[in-house]
Design a binder for this molecule. Structure first.
Ligand SMILES: Nc1ncnc2c1ncn2[C@@H]1O[C@H](COP(=O)(O)OP(=O)(O)OP(=O)(O)O)[C@@H](O)[C@H]1O
Length: 570
């Protein structure tokens, strides 16, 4: 027995981050990023000029030099307006890049998720929860935070270097004696800012690390809670019949409790980080004044110089402080990135894991299978099936005890179940196939669209559709083809089964698989429907699973599914 599931490695962060930047959209991507960075760098230099203007204004005030004062104020106003204009362009460029990147990633994930029915594989194998949320929300969080954090980091470094240089040039030299040795430190205020920021980063790392796990958990518990609500909505009737409301309510409240507990843990941890950050930041604003006071009192620097030193120190310090304040954002980004990496790993596993049953495509309209061993996704052997060759025009009945693996065989014959051993050759692309389970999918919209699904409405005339409905006994709906509704709710179980059979009559596939597709009908209707099917689809292969022995005589060919788990030794 082949082990069905083979682990595919989780892609690295780089494998998630980089592909967009070398994709067909790369010119837009780099162009917008360059605009964004250029404006940010421009803003750094505008801020530098603004600090110089404040220093000039202060010295002009002390000297009562009115012409210099008015000139500096005018320049300050012009710079302020320039900064406001740049901020708007910056915002637009970053958001436009965000939606382009998100669109590109969303297309990629949707394509990989929906190709080869992989969305089904994800659920069938229980590979991960809330795949929909990963597409709808995680991609956006990932892209938005990746942009703001990376642009923020680059700008911060430029900021720190620019104002660091100012600080260095204005610091002067610190001289002192210690244990009989004379020390001279040039640019000591810059070292002080760097040391102080390093201390802050170490504290933030120590205090903030648990936030990553808490934010990952936040997204998971919120998604699980939403899933319970969706489950209640989708199974409203069944749950109401069981009077299951209170039970569902308790389940939802239990799940909500997880959200609450995680929220409290997040608030406590964030508050601790915030207290540390705020204390650290406020002390930081006193450090440059205290350190440059001796030089001011000795007359080495003017009051304007002091404002420039203090502002530069604060810019260096607050730039490096960015790494501390961004810790929460970073933890949210990493949580989303990890959820997307798991999603990608699951999709890759479904795409590239080719062990188990081997599928081929035939050049003719024929379905063949070697003797098959069917297994569960865990590798556990479920059932054995003899070799088959099904040709158009033949009628096959699949038999076996309940739970023996009949539906699993149907899934394998449709290419949806790879677990087990053996070879299946599916009819070539030119042969049409339709699977009709006990409960068929009926999309919302017009009755005609529901009837023609998965084909397009335009392929069939209204008259053909009307006739198909009349043939399956849905005459009262025959005039409502253009009516839009949620037909899955409006039609009874038996009516939905009739509609699914009307699809078969309309689309006339060469291979039709019925998996207890008429279980909701009375015996007379069931017989009548099969008569119509056999008459209209005499050239199609019809393969059925049915627990009704009265239908056995319709099927010249029969195939037994033998349960491997319940087998009793001879
Ligand atoms: N996704 C799955 N993961 C694990 N086991 C599964 C999965 N789907 C089906 N099985 C197991 O495979 C076995 C066969 O199920 P299957 O639905 O094929 O039986 P069946 O013969 O069609 O049953 P019935 O006649 O009652 O409808 C069952 O024991 C079921 O638990």
């Amino acid at each position: 027995m082949t082990s069905a599931v083979k682990t595919t490695a989780r892609p690295s962060l780089a494998q998630l981050l980089l592909p967009y930047w070398v994709s067909e959209d790369r010119y837009w991507a780099w162009g917008l990023l360059a605009t964004n960075l250029a404006i940010n760098f421009g803003s750094v230099y505008v801020s530098l000029a603004a600090i110089r203007i404040v220093a000039t204004t202060t010295d002009a005030l002390v000297a009562r030099d009115w012409p210099t004062l008015w000139g500096a104020l005018g320049l300050g106003l012009a710079l302020g307006m320039t900064m406001a204009f740049l901020a708007i362009i910056n915002y637009a460029a970053q958001d436009y890049l965000r939606i382009r990147w998100r669109t590109w990633m969303t297309h990629g994930f949707i394509h990989q998720w929906t190709a080869d029915q992989r969305f089904y594989g994800v659920e069938r194998d229980g590979l991960l929860s809330n795949a929909d949320q990963r597409v709808a929300e995680d991609i956006d969080v990932f892209v938005q935070r990746a942009l703001s954090l990376s642009v923020g980091t680059i700008t911060t470094v430029v900021n720190a270097f620019t104002f660091g240089a100012v600080l260095w040039s204005m610091s002067g030299t610190l001289e002192f004696d210690l244990a009989g040795t004379h020390y001279t430190i040039a640019g000591y205020l810059l070292y002080a800012a760097l040391l102080y920021s390093l201390l802050g980063m170490l504290i933030a790392q120590w205090m903030g690390k648990p936030l990553i796990a808490l934010n990952t958990r936040k997204q998971t518990v919120e998604a699980d809670f939403r899933a319970l609500g969706m489950n209640l909505r989708e199974n409203a009737e069944q749950i109401a019949f069981y009077r299951g409301g209170p039970q569902e309510g308790r389940r939802m409240m239990r799940q909500f409790r997880e959200i609450q507990l995680n929220f409290v843990a997040l608030v406590i941890r964030t508050s601790k980080l915030l207290i540390t950050n705020t204390t650290y930041f406020h002390i930081g604003s006193l450090v440059p004044t205290a350190l440059s006071m001796p030089r001011y009192l000795s007359g080495a620097v003017s009051l304007g110089d002091i404002t420039q030193i203090t502002a530069s120190f604060e810019r260096v310090h607050s730039s490096l402080n960015y790494f501390i304040t961004s810790y929460v954002d970073f933890s949210i980004w990493l949580a989303s990135a990890n959820r997307l990496r798991d999603f990608k790993a699951a999709l890759d596993k479904l795409q590239f894991n080719r062990t188990g049953i081997q599928f081929k495509s035939s050049s003719e309209a024929v379905l063949t299978a070697s003797p098959l061993a069917l297994a569960a996704p865990t590798g556990e052997l479920l059932s054995h099936v003899a070799a088959i060759r099904i040709e158009p025009g033949q009628r096959w009945l699949i038999r076996g005890a309940s739970g023996s693996g009949k539906s699993t065989l149907m899934r394998a014959l449709s290419g949806l179940w790879p677990y087990g051993n053996g070879d299946i050759t599916l009819p070539g692309a030119q042969a049409t196939t339709l699977f009709v389970p006990q409960k068929s999918y009926i999309p919302e919209g017009s009755l005609k669209a529901a009837l023609c699904y998965p084909d397009v409405e335009a392929r069939f005339t209204t008259e053909q559709c009307r006739q198909a409905l009349l043939d399956v006994g849905l005459s009262e709906r025959a005039e409502s083809l253009s009516l839009c509704d949620d037909w899955q709710k409006v039609l009874s179980g038996g009516e939905q089964q009739r509609l699914a059979i009307a699809r078969v009559l309309l689309q006339k596939p060469q291979f039709v698989f019925f998996d207890e597709a008429t279980s909701g009908l009375d015996i007379a209707s069931e017989h009548a429907l099969y008569q119509v099917i056999f008459a209209r689809l005499s050239n199609s292969a019809i393969i059925s699973i049915s627990h009704n022995p009265q239908l056995d005589s319709y099927y010249p060919y029969q195939l037994n599914v033998t349960c491997a788990r319940h087998a009793v030794p001879a």
